[in-house]
Ligand binder design. Structure first.
Ligand code: GLU
Length: 304
């Protein structure tokens, strides 16, 4: 399969959409990003790769970090994790309060904000240096020691993060989180602020794409069955209230973030990351969704 040619053809085909959507502006630092950027990187389990555009430009991975927090929390807590967080698609916006109130402070899944805020609380409880430990884990998975938090983005999000603060308060009221609200939010926003490029994300997610390979990074170890289950949650919950649409159009497990990044895996074959900051009304990258839809249509490769 000539993935390089395929991703080049895809880019030409989706250019009519390049001005569609708007970047996330509710996080003031993200509003400063040039929205007219596009990058894609794909790497295969056989060691081939394909790259296009701004594939080496780092961007805010935002909710994509939730997959990495889930890996760390599953390694630490095992199935006990599911006492505090569900694993069903939410069908509501990623920052919705209504469902959380209705379900008495148990988030539907780890990939909505409420679920990820609970995971931040778990890391605070179980780790001596959660900030450093999480970053070390991400660097180890990606095989790259220069990956870092963007503290300006995290601080900027805290300043305007009223909804996330409301979610944390509701979680605290229901005793789903143990630590003080400010520390939990601080860690949550930091984790979201990690910056990576498409190439770095695709390489990092090879750890999930190839679940036959041993998952043990910086002492965080998962069984192949746990990795498989993380992929299942990406499939059912990875795209906010558009998870069904992504399964329908693309047919791969994946995760998006409001920085405009999307990462997806074709189990045992490849991992792919695409980035373009303009989002649709659900918070998913317009160009990213189109690119992945065409990728699985052109290659006839998907899990279905
Ligand atoms: N930090 C973002 C928030 O909490 C993450 C949202 C996302 O990427 O889905 O709103």
């Amino acid at each position: 399969m000539d993935y390089q040619k395929i991703i080049e053809d895809i880019y030409e085909a989706i250019r009519p959409y390049e001005k569609e959507g708007q970047q996330a502006t509710y996080i003031p630092e993200l509003a400063k990003v040039n929205p007219d950027q596009y990058g894609m990187h794909l790497c295969t389990t056989r060691g081939d790769s394909a790259s296009l555009g701004a594939a080496d430009t780092r961007f805010s991975i935002q909710s994509i970090s939730k997959v990495l927090s889930l890996a760390m929390c599953l390694a630490i807590k095992g199935d006990d994790l599911w006492k505090k967080i569900g694993k069903e698609p939410s069908g509501t916006a990623f920052n919705s309060l209504v469902q959380l109130e209705h379900e008495q402070g148990i988030p539907r899944n780890p990939f909505i904000n409420a679920g990820a805020i609970v995971m931040a609380d778990i890391l605070l409880t179980h780790l001596d240096n959660p900030e450093q430990d999480f970053l070390r884990f991400v660097r180890a998975v990606a095989g790259n020691d220069t990956i870092d938090y963007n503290r300006e983005v995290a601080a900027s999000e805290r300043e305007t993060g009223y909804l996330n603060a409301a979610i944390a308060n509701l979680l605290k009221y229901h005793q789903t989180i143990e630590n003080d609200i400010e520390s939990v939010l601080h860690l949550y926003f930091l984790m979201c602020s990690i910056e990576m490029s498409c190439r770095e994300l695709a390489l990092a997610f090879m750890a999930f794409a190839d679940h036959r390979r041993e998952f043990n990074y910086d002492g965080i170890a998962l069984t192949s069955s746990q990795v498989k289950r993380i992929n299942a949650i990406m499939q059912t919950c990875g795209f906010y209230d558009e998870a069904g649409e992504f399964a329908y159009l693309v047919g791969l497990p994946g995760k998006s973030g409001v920085g405009g990044g999307i990462v997806a895996i074709y189990p045992q074959q490849y991992s792919v990351a695409v980035w373009s900051p303009r989002l649709n009304s659900k918070g998913n990258s317009v160009m990213g969704l189109k690119a992945l839809e065409l990728l699985t249509s052109e290659t006839k490769e998907s899990i279905f």
